[in-house]
Every structure is written in structure tokens, then in C-alpha cells.
Write a protein that binds this ligand. Sequence first.
Ligand code: FES
Ligand code: FES
Length: 386
Amino acid sequence: MKQVSLTVNGEAVTAAVEPRTHLADFLRSDLGLTGTHLGCEQGVCGACTVMIDGKPMRSCITYAVACDGSEVRTIEGFDGDPLMGRLREAFSTHHGLQCGFCTPGMLITSRDIAGRLDGPDEARIRLELSGNLCRCTGYVGIVEAVKSVLAEGRTVPADIAVKPRRAAGPATFERRSDGAPSKPSPAPQQAELATRATDRKNWTVLAESFDVPHSPDDVWALMQDVPDVAGCMPGAEVVEFDGRRLRGRVRVKFGPISAAFEGEGTVDSDAAAKQGTISGEGADRRSNSRAKGLVTYRLVPEQGGRATRVEVQVEFQLTGMLAQFSRSGLVKDFAHRLTADFARNLSLRLSGEGGSALPAGETKEVNAIALIFSVLWRRLKSLLKG
Ligand code: FES
Ligand code: FES
């Protein structure tokens, strides 16, 4: 069990939870906050959306321990919120709900749209809502409800105004009988996840950064030695690497869809600037989907050169059946999950523990650019081993 302390709907909560407990289960079972609904439990439908440190997140794929020190707000926490009150009314007026199963998540996302965006048009509203699925309404009423509230003007009370995401707290993990680490691991230096989706036509851009307690020279030196990435990321396998070109496969399990991308990539780097790019392209024959990606990474000295911030920007495009997973809400959650998993493995490595990328039996979501991202990850794992 792991002790976790967080704020839920303005109240401090401390509890002992299994490291694998998802936030949604913790909220519903431990705290009795059943307003958070569980649909797919795989990060696809958005029914479980809650606000974590001011951002809408999937609580079904977020570990409760990863929220240590965070501020969580569920649908119950918006009871006194005027803007949410207007949205609730508008959902009712415009027939934005039928069975109501999607409604808590839909309202939280809508509240985020209304509080964050200034005058979004319908296309933008639909894009923002695209990570929340409704099987009843056809979305027209929901979109109309959000539009009507936006047309009235927005009011964001100070006490629940969208807050900047706090730096992720140190994560520690314990070994369980199934082989995961037993003693508390030193905390990773991972500091924050900054994810953004841009409007570049048909491309999604994610920016992420994390800190490692080693100098840029050391990090860079290790990043030049591309190791075997097989096993680095669940589902990813490099079958050839000649120092610049790589060829590999990525098995994708995202929600109900499985796919196996096969593709090639190219690694280029600028040692003087300590930055580089990794580009790649692949296809999955079964889903008739294609993926292209470009990763740009840069090392920035921190703490007088004793530490390094690794900044990574990932641009990717998915076409074919899997293109639906380019929807911003899903991508943001996925990037968060990927980084959380990365932080977990960083902890294992810092403690000298082995460990797989995800706990045994865990769903292995890997997006189409994961193979490329995993090159960075594998190099850092090697660094931390040293
Ligand atoms: S229950 Fe979390 S996204 Fe569906
Ligand atoms: S109202 Fe039934 S799923 Fe949305």
C-alpha cells in the first residue's frame, strides 16, 4: 500500500492505496464520489473525466498514487459553481442528455471549455468535446448547450478558476508479491508535463518536458548510443538500427482497437546545440491506418549544469481508422499516461530496480509515435543505470 495525500473537492484526503488503484476507483469506492462514471475504463469514452490540477483528465487511467499532492475536482465539487450551474441548466434546456451516463464527464469538459476558451466557434467546441462520447444524444443538444452558455458570457469564480498544472510530485512505489518494487524508490526528477494540441492541419503537436539529475553532457553522451529499444516500451520492437536509420514495429492497444504498425525512422542530431530530431512513418495493414511522426528534442541545463531538462516536442499525424485517436482529449490523456509511466520507470531505475515499462497485466497503450519516443526513454534508462 502507498500513502497518498491529495485534495478532493477542496478537502484534504490522505489514504493508503494499492499503487495500481485508478483514481476513478479511489473516488468512487473509497470516497463515495459516484458522480464520476466509469464507461470503457480504457481512456476512450471520457465518462470518468475529472479535473486534476485544473485540467480535465481521465480518472480511469490515472493512478491514484500519481495524484499525490494534486488537487482533484469531481462533478460533485462543482455543486456551487455558477458557471457549472448554467451549463447544467443549458444541458437540460437543449436536451443535452438522455440516459445521463456521459453527463458528468461531458459537463466537466464543457466547464473547462467555457472557462478556458474565449469565443470558440462550433468547430472548436466539437473538437474540444471530441474526447467525450455520448451514445444517446447525437451531440447536437450538448453543443447547443455549450454554445448558449458561451453566448451569455463566461464567469469563472476565483475559487475554481482553472489553475496552472502543478509540478508532478515525487512518485514512489512499493514491491508487491507480483514482483513490482518493494522498497520506496527515490523520486524521479520529473517535474511537469506540458501538453498542448495545436491546430496544424491534421497534425497533433504535444510538448513535454522532464528533468533528470545528470549533466547535459552526460545525458547527451548516452543519447548518442542508441540501444536496443525492444522491451523499452510495451509493444515496441526495433528490428534494425544502423546508427541513423531504424526499422521497427509498434503494437497498439488503445481502447477496443488493436493494431500493429510497421515502419521506419531516421535519427538526426546536433551535438553543439544538444538537440535532435527523430522522424518516422509506419502503417498498420489490419486497420488500414498510417502514422507519421516527428520528434524534436533538446537538452537544457538546470541547477548550474548539474541537472538536465529534456524538452520533447512530438508532432504526429494519424490517418485511417485510428485517426479518431488524434482527438485532443484522448491525446492529452495518453501523453499524460505515457509520462506518468515514464516517471514510474525512472523511479525504478533510480533505485537500481529492474522492472518492465508497465505493471504485469496492465493494458499496454502505445501510440504510433511511441517507438520514436522510446528511443529517448531507453537512453535515459541507460543513463540512470550508470
Ligand atoms: S471510463 Fe474513463 S475514458 Fe471511459
Ligand atoms: S446521455 Fe446517454 S450517453 Fe450521453
